[in-house]
Ligand binder design. Structure first.
Ligand SMILES: *Cc1c(COP(=O)(O)O)cnc(C)c1O
Length: 360
């Protein structure tokens, strides 16, 4: 156990469970009695293959998906690479529907336009992305519908999933995968950078229907092709070995917490306490998302009514051991990222600080 852990509310790379860090630190010294560090083993070794396939199978199990129907890929390049890889592989000059709910959706749209036609099926840009649009104008025969289930920067989250009438539903779930219990089988493809809810930076997961991946184009660079990685089980080239190892450890920890359903329940309750503390002092706090059903339970965004107090608020938080509360530079204000690994003590300390600040 490290001597002194602060409460890290940073949006990503984000806090990880201490038992995972402890186990990983042992793995850095030696893995599975091999006489080698996990950082030193060949990605073709039996030691690594055990880690790799275990993480893959655990991920599908945690999401409640059948391995015969769905594949889980471990890729490099971050979620940002998937903004391009998805349309490169599966748009093929056709039309895709995108819902624009923030900075990350905007980036995904920009990349998709290079590979086909993008119909923006709905947008909340008119109100600084402070809500989730409820009605979508979908294109008949679209290749897919893309949503960002949790908007990490703005602090909104879908409390529902769009009905697409059989068109594949795709989601950037970088900041809420494993943090929410939804029917993951409703999605044809999910992608997520690991550094919020899954593990350290360096690996991105793509979970998708095998049949759909098999229909992807062959006419792109092998390294960018979903088919390449599907066929090679994410071992086409050297994968981000250490990051995948840690995702496996996080998945074991998720199971020990009772799985995604238990975490979802706990996360909602935790976020509810923070929002309640903010809402109790409307003369002091200005929550960025006013429509309660659209509030994220992964990233809580808020401002002070008196913006002059921001510096002092942050300094006081820092002194109380609360780190990473500064809002994204595009939005300002504050953001508390409360992913799965945030501790109960961290939540208590934040709620306490919010109340004390308001009362003083
Ligand atoms: C963090 C984040 C990204 C960007 O991830 P990278 O791995 O840095 O490319 C994309 N989408 C969402 C929703 C995010 O939270």
């Amino acid at each position: 156990m490290p001597n002194k852990r602060i409460h890290n509310f940073g949006a990503g790379p984000a806090t990880l469970p201490v038992p995972v860090l402890e186990e990983a630190s042992r793995g850095v010294l030696e893995i599975a009695g091999s006489g080698m560090s996990v950082l030193e083993v060949s990605h073709r070794s039996k030691e690594y293959e055990a880690i790799h396939f275990d993480a893959r199978d655990r991920l599908l199990r945690a999401l409640g998906l059948d391995a015969a129907e769905y594949a889980a890929l471990f890729l490099g390049g971050g979620a940002s690479l998937q903004f391009a890889a998805l349309p490169m592989n599966l748009l093929g000059g056709g039309t895709a529907d995108y819902v624009n709910t923030g900075e990350w959706s905007t980036k995904a749209i920009k990349e998709a336009k290079r590979f086909g036609t993008v119909n923006v099926a709905a947008s909340s840009e008119d109100k600084k992305f402070s809500y989730i649009p409820k009605s979508l104008k979908l294109t008949p025969g679209a290749k897919y519908v893309h949503i960002t289930t949790n908007n990490t920067i703005e602090g909104t989250e879908y409390g529902w999933l769009p009905e697409t009438g059989g068109v594949p539903l795709v989601a950037d779930m970088s900041s809420d995968i494993l943090g929410r219990a939804v029917d993951y089988g409703k999605f044809s493809l999910i992608y997520a950078g690991a550094q919020k809810n899954l593990g350290p930076a360096g690996v991105t997961v793509v979970v998708a229907r095998r049949k759909w991946l098999e229909s992807a184009t062959d006419d792109i660079a092998a390294i960018l092709s979903y088919k390449t990685h599907l066929k090679a089980d994410s071992l086409y080239n050297t994968p981000p070995v250490f990051a995948i190892y840690m995702v496996g450890l996080v998945l074991k920890w998720v199971e020990a917490q009772g799985g995604v359903a238990a975490l979802d329940k706990r996360n909602r309750e935790r976020a509810g306490r923070i929002y309640a503390a903010l809402d109790a002092y409307p003369q002091v706090y200005d929550p960025a998302v006013t429509q309660k059903e659209d509030r994220s339970y992964m990233n809580v965004t808020f401002r002070l009514r008196d913006a002059n107090g921001e510096k002092e608020f942050l300094a006081g938080a820092q002194a109380a051991g609360l780190d990473g509360l500064k809002g994204h530079r595009a939005v300002g204000g504050f953001r508390a990222s409360i992913y799965n690994a945030m501790t109960a003590d961290g939540i208590d300390a934040l709620v306490d600080y919010i109340e004390k600040w308001a009362r003083k």
